[in-house]
Design a protein around this ligand. Structure first.
Ligand SMILES: Cc1cc2nc3c(=O)[nH]c(=O)nc-3n(C[C@H](O)[C@H](O)[C@H](O)COP(=O)(O)OP(=O)(O)OC[C@H]3O[C@@H](n4cnc5c(N)ncnc54)[C@H](O)[C@@H]3O)c2cc1C
Length: 464
């Protein structure tokens, strides 16, 4: 079946699907499955559907999902289509790579590059899922689920109190399938992996401000990333150019000290005290922009080790950040969750259309297609971030490499990420596509290296 004949089929009619979690992943899942005729109920524990933070970059791999779900007009009206992405050196501000998002890009990847406010995207997905017939309920905590031969019994709790934190009535609900889109601290991931988040030592400050009255920035029409030693700074417009989105990210010396010494990590690593001096070595322009960042909250960046199999059992699967929380450098966490949703809905509806819907088989195929791809995005994200933050001679070589990529054409580096269609089943056919390219397989993530050297007491070699 071709993707173009979708959405809005009745292939999954009669299938009851429960989704735990109403972030961008859960809302996308509700939409994609409801558009195939499934009877979807989504439970979100928070009292309202809400995203914290500001801008999201959605590459063409994500825009293609939104277009398939019929949301092109809505997301383009709410967001902003940048002309290009510029990488600049954070010390000199010189541009070292410009990625043009014009006609050739759109033709090559089949969609444009979009930036959009998180809350706007979530609101559009929630509304579209409801229009497609899904039921989305706030204030419900999904505790557990047990499968049997006929389906799955899901234990939910109706939270009480204005902030939904109080204990409430418990209930058991039946379904054919439970999809856990319950974020990086997922209750269901624990059933298949006993791992913990891996902090990266980097922390993000964010901020939005009106663009029109910002003399220095009012003509901004691109995503601009200043990359520098142990830090980076991103700017792009939001809401049709009404708002400026800024993200300032730096390595926390206090986190690193604790990691190296093995002492307890301070809970507030990356706090305002550290932020104050974190960009002193960067260009004055960047320093002049930092006054617009929000100071009351900061995001300690962490991911998890890639998971090879997302299937809890024949009736339960983890998806989105529950399965593959990434570092943010490839701007693909939310996009992966959208791809997961489309892949599940597509494979299930294809199986149903052939009269062969067996949820266990569908889930195993979805996991075999998606897990290697997301593993590669997670690992490459670590590498890409470290490349942004190098110092000294490595920084000069990095800059030359970026300039060369612009000269010789950079599509070849981005195709694996942005030219993707689950319908091609390319990772199912060849799981090794999920590995880092051969040249990078010896590469070691700095956080792993520091822990290894600390634990083996190779302190003479300890490099941060
Ligand atoms: C600084 C930063 C920048 C980023 N930039 C980008 C970007 O540019 N592009 C991009 O694609 N991605 C980006 N990401 C990543 C992206 O934000 C996430 O990967 C994505 O939002 C994950 O969505 P999710 O729905 O899987 O999880 P979440 O957003 O974590 O949603 C999980 C939901 O489940 C609910 N929940 C949890 N447990 C339960 C339970 N037991 N019962 C009921 N509900 C429950 C939670 O309340 C929450 O609403 C960025 C991330 C960060 C931190």
């Amino acid at each position: 079946m071709s993707l173009t004949s979708l959405p809005n089929s009745e292939d999954l009619k009669g299938q009851k699907i429960i989704i735990s979690g109403g972030g961008i992943g859960g809302a996308s899942g509700a939409l994609a499955l409801a558009q195939r005729g499934a009877e979807v109920t989504l439970y979100e524990r928070a009292p309202e559907f809400k995203e914290v933070g500001a801008g999201l970059q959605i590459g063409p791999h994500g825009v293609k999902m939104l277009e398939k779900w019929g949301l092109k007009e809505r997301v383009f009206a709410a967001g902003y289509l940048p002309k290009e992405m510029q990488f600049r050196d954070a010390i000199t501000t010189e541009t070292i790579l410009t990625m043009d998002f014009g006609e050739e890009f759109k033709e090559h990847y089949g969609a444009p590059y979009l930036v959009i406010h998180r809350s706007d995207l979530l609101a559009i997905l929630v509304e579209a899922a409801q229009e497609a017939g899904a039921t989305l309920v706030n204030g419900i905590h999904v505790h557990d689920a047990v499968k049997d031969d006929e389906g799955v019994t899901v234990e939910i709790e109706h939270r009480e109190g204005e902030d939904n934190s109080g204990k409430g009535k418990r209930e058991f609900v039946r379904a054919d399938l439970l999809v856990a889109f319950d974020g990086t601290h997922s209750a269901f991931r624990k059933k298949i992996a006993q791992d913990e988040p891996v902090p990266s030592a980097y922390v993000a400050y964010r901020g939005t401000s009106p663009l029109a009255e910002d003399e220095a920035m009012k003509d901004l029409n691109a995503v601009v990333g200043y990359i520098g030693p142990r830090c980076h700074f991103i700017q792009y417009p939001l809401r049709g150019g009404e708002l400026l989105n800024q993200v300032a990210v730096f390595q926390s010396p206090r986190y690193l000290d604790s990691l190296v010494s093995g002492d307890e990590v301070p809970e507030d690593w990356g706090n305002n005290e550290e932020f104050k001096n974190a960009f002193d070595h960067t260009n004055e322009f960047i320093q002049s922009r930092l006054g617009r960042m929000w100071l009351n909250t900061w995001w300690q960046m962490a991911d998890r080790e890639p998971l090879q199999d997302w299937v809890v059992n024949d009736r339960i699967i983890v998806m989105g950040d529950a399965a593959h929380p990434p570092l943010q450098y490839l701007a693909s966490g939310a996009v992966m969750a959208m791809e997961d949703s489309e892949c599940l809905a597509l494979y299930a509806s294809q199986a149903a259309a052939q009269g062969e819907l067996n949820w266990g088989e569908v889930l195993r195929d979805v996991s075999a297609e998606r897990a290697p791809r997301c593993a590669r995005i997670q690992t490459t994200g670590r590498f890409w971030g470290e490349l942004w933050h190098v110092d000294g001679i490595s920084r000069l070589i990095r800059n030359e490499t970026f300039r060369a990529a612009e000269g010789t054409g950079w599509f070849k580096y981005a195709d694996w990420l942005w030219d993707y269609d689950a319908d091609r089943r390319e990772y199912l056919k060849d799981p090794s596509k999920g590995d880092l390219p051969a040249e990078l397989q010896e590469w070691e993530y700095n956080i792993h290296k520091i822990s290894r050297q600390r634990d083996s007491k190779e302190t003479d070699e300890l490099t941060v």
